[in-house]
Design a protein around this ligand. Sequence first.
Ligand code: ADP
Length: 392
Amino acid sequence: MGLCLVLNAGSSSIKFQVLEPGADGTLRRLWRGTIEGLGTAPRFSARDEAGDAAPGRAWDRAGLDHEHATLFLLDWIAGHLAGRSLQAVGHRVVHGGSDFVEAVRVDDRVMARLEALVPLAPLHQPHNLAPIRHIRAHAPELPQIVAFDTAFHHGQPEVARAFALPARITEAGVRRYGFHGLSYAYVAGRLAEVAPEIAQGRVVVAHLGSGASLCALRAGRSVASTMGFSALDGLPMGTRSGSLDPAVIFHLIRAFGMTPDEAERMLYNESGLLGVSGLSNDMRRLREAAPAHDGARRAIDLFVYRILREVGSLTAALGGLDGLVFTAGIGENDAATRAAVIEGLGWAGFRLDPDAKAAGGPRLTRSGGPSAWVIATDEECVIARETMRLAG
Ligand code: ADP
């Protein structure tokens, strides 16, 4: 069986993994790496299965555009396959609109429909699509599959998806889509293995990374999420504000004289943990600084408070809560955030198990009440599985 390349392309970086599917459905990760600093100071790095670094490479600012970065990666990977070949490429695409309810193989028609979704995610979608176009031009025989951050949420009830806007605006696609779906799909699958009795019930998954959202699962299916029309909604994140009163945006434009682009940049890039703390978007930095830094403490407190408020909201949507799962960078690693959230949910019957941390999880609570878990996410695994399924 050939190998699978997974690409996750953003505005300034392209992350990749090369995976070998086993006959038993397992995936072996042969290489993982990234080109970062596109548009500023591009640099390439990669690690093999054992975690050993391959020789890196750097370019000057103009030395490597997105197209050449994709081609460099294809070339580099071709030179590191030890005689094997790529069978297919899977891409992470942020927006599948209302049409794409699962991963799909790319052809001309699919490509046109993906381009038509750019206005729904103008900051992300174009970067996701660029490498697909470049690979189609340079290696047209290589099957390409796209997996969406939105697709996992397509079965949410209509009432969870609609804004209270005039019907014609809703019909034009202005409604809640939900994101981080690849992560939620993976976590829901793992939860069914780790805690099958909980997985069949009412669960909130907290994906707390540099982007952060919560998803309410009933029997493993998404019924509501904190991210809505865009990935700006819901919880505060590393640099994103999360939800705010929409009138704040009018006020920024009228009273602060911001253009819509400036307001957008502030809400996406200068807010969240970074904006509140005035220090960093990185939870590790904030934790180190918090004992002596008011801003860092305020940022962490606000992050936890908003998680608690939103868990309450999703619990109401679910009609109760049987389990809570933490995942992604902060969710998997920051025991203090997990403990604050679990303690804040004492009203719902959660009881932190002080020994659970030492045991390394995955269960974090005492037996008896609803339970909290930590499960490491793996979005690339979901993309690779879908890619191998659709590439035949
Ligand atoms: P993304 O994949 O969206 O870039 P991640 O899931 O890697 O984001 O999460 C990044 C966040 O996780 C950062 O805020 C980072 O500080 C936090 N993080 C990573 N490791 C730790 C750790 N050991 N303790 C606390 N926070 C951590």
